[in-house]
Design a protein around this ligand. Structure first.
Ligand code: CFM
Length: 551
């Protein structure tokens, strides 16, 4: 059966039976493993009311299967807190955790002047040794905080626990409290030991809780501006945040805080003074959006600035929320002006890219967002999946009540948040919300990736290296998008590979200018001849003949 799938695929991908592909992928596994994986490999089918099949997600990876997940520490320190420039992020642990999370994610920042603090280029670690593991590391942590304070005088210091810290039981929260009192700056700690939860997703939640508990709402200074929003879940990878900020500014929209691309401590502290929360990456930041809503009365909406159409749609959504004809007119101006060039480049790349196949296996939000960009180029996403997303990111938030909490999720604290006695101020009255809803406006909602994907596409959660290679052999996609861990194995199969985490060295890909960058980059990659030369000469002709130069 396998051979038949492959030969057909090379010619006409549409006629491949996804059921056969699924069986083919599962065929390699022992029965029990195959039964579990079967729930995580889903053939998409969208019903009229946008319901989709249930997918197994956010479950522990089966030992022995190589997948691309990261750890809770990576999600907390690297992803959510990492992009903030003026907090000293101190890793409490052996040096490797700090070192390998040092500048490996391409989150950019731009301090307004050379005098403004930027600690992102530093790697702060307590560098735990055997001795500390045996006798405890709290003393060393206290000393490290003191040293960081003496040298840098930062506004805040945050402490991140690595696996051994949880195992030996250092009370990092108590040390943080003590040092906060001693030094008079905000110091807070995260129990984000790598083993918590099943992936970096646990770390996102821990980071959201900590930043909400210790920083959000600590400064009531409101920023000037008529239309004030927060941009949540945008991490300024490859300068995406700069491009979004540029567009928002042109529309006259003020960003109070970004969580957390190009952000500062003060932005978090007064983010509760904004009038709307817009959520880009739902997976990593939905908790903060929900908690700010409950405590301060700021509703959140889902936006997406990946893709020119999606960017235009998101701007219109923001304008509709503020119900201001002036803002709407300005947004339409910006959209019209920006899309002019976009359309020209789009039309050009379509002549070479139309109908080509893409596969996207990325994190917890990009596998969805980037499908929009490929669609704009006329390309089809034949298969996609997340590394660590939850069912709501796949199927939409409507399934939230049905998600079973398992023992792995139970280890992550759920904060009990209620309205702030003095500062809770609903930004829209119940009637206004109803009116907007009647016009089709949706608050606190994310429809998920699957309802937007065609029937018969394969949605694969936590894809393994083996499955990746089989999918490539079967479908021969024009491009495969994933991360650094898969990159070279995929390229060795003769398939162009684009990193959608770090963008390789490219970007920005968000907004209008970003869309143009992306079209050009993908066009260049999928139409390059280099991939057809990939076979080394000895693979086709094992006997090489040569003569010595001196003969
Ligand atoms: Fe959100 Fe991200 Fe992503 Fe993510 Fe990430 Fe990332 Fe990602 Mo890599 S926060 S879920 S934990 S959009 S680092 S900027 S690219 S896996 S799809």
């Amino acid at each position: 059966m396998a051979a038949k799938i492959i030969t057909q695929a090379a010619l006409e991908p549409e006629i491949i039976d996804p059921n056969a592909v699924k069986q083919e992928l599962l065929g390699k596994y022992p029965t029990k493993v195959a039964r579990k994986r079967a729930k995580q490999i889903v053939i998409n089918r969208v019903d009229e009311d946008f319901t989709v099949p249930e997918i197994g997600a956010n479950a522990r990876t089966i030992p022995g299967i190589i997948t691309q997940r990261g750890c809770a520490y990576a999600g907390c320190k690297g992803v959510v807190l990492g992009p903030t420039r003026d907090i000293v992020n101190l890793t409490h642990g052996p040096i490797g955790c700090g070192f390998y999370s040092w500048l490996t994610r391409r989150n950019q920042t731009r301090p307004p002047t050379a005098e403004d603090a930027n600690f992102m280029t530093y790697c702060f670690s307590t560098d735990l040794q055997d001795n500390d593991i045996v006798f405890g590391g709290e003393k060393k942590l206290r000393a490290a905080i003191q040293e960081a304070y003496d040298i840098f005088k930062p506004k805040a210091i945050s402490i991140f626990a690595t696996c051994p810290v949880g195992l030996i039981g250092d009370d990092i929260h108590n040390v943080a409290k003590e040092m906060k009192e001693k030094l008079g700056i905000n110091i807070f700690a995260f129990s984000c030991e790598g083993y918590k939860g099943v992936s970096q997703s646990a770390g996102h939640h821990i980071a959201n809780n900590g930043i909400f508990k210790h920083v959000v709402g600590t400064d009531d200074t409101a920023r000037e501006g008529k239309y004030r929003i927060n941009l949540l879940g945008e991490y300024n990878i490859g300068g995406d945040g700069f491009e979004i900020e540029r567009i928002l500014q042109e529309c006259g929209i003020t960003t109070v805080a970004t969580f957390s691309g190009n952000s500062t401590y003060d932005q978090f502290a007064n983010s509760h003074t904004a009038d709307l929360n817009t959520v880009m990456c739902h997976r990593s930041i939905n908790y903060v959006a929900e908690m700010i809503d409950k405590k301060f009365g700021i509703p959140w909406i889902k936006v997406n600035f990946i893709g020119a159409d999606s960017s235009a749609k998101s701007l219109r959504k923001i304008a509709n929320y503020f119900e201001s004809p002036e803002l709407t007119a300005r947004v339409e101006d910006v959209v019209a002006r920006e899309t002019m060039e976009v359309k020209i480049v789009q039309a050009d790349v379509r002549t070479r890219c139309e109908g080509k196949l893409a596969m996207l296996f990325v994190g917890g939000s990009r596998a969805h967002h980037y499908q929009d960009l490929f669609a704009e180029m006329g390309m089809k996403t034949i298969s996609a999946g997340y590394e660590f997303a939850h069912r709501d990111d796949y199927e939409g938030r409507r399934v939230l009540p049905d998600i079973k909490i398992d023992s792995d999720s139970r280890t992550i604290e759920e904060l009990d948040v209620g309205p702030d006695p003095d500062r809770y101020r609903p930004r829209k009255s119940a009637e206004q919300l109803e009116e907007l809803a009647a016009k089709g406006f949706t608050f606190r909602d994310y429809e998920g990736m699957m309802p937007r994907m065609p029937d018969g596409t394969l949605v694969i959660d936590d894809i393994s290296q083996y499955e990746t290679e089989r999918m490539i052999e079967i479908y021969k996609p024009a491009i495969f998008c994933a991360g650094i861990k898969e990159k070279y194995a995929i390229q060795k199969k003769g398939i162009p590979m684009k990193q959608l985490h770090s963008y390789d060295s490219g970007g920005p890909y968000a907004g209008f200018k970003g869309a143009i960058n992306f079209y050009r980059e993908i066009d260049r990659m999928v139409n390059s001849k280099v991939w057809s030369y990939l076979k080394a000469p000895w693979q086709t002709n094992p006997e090489l003949a040569a003569t010595y130069g001196c003969e």
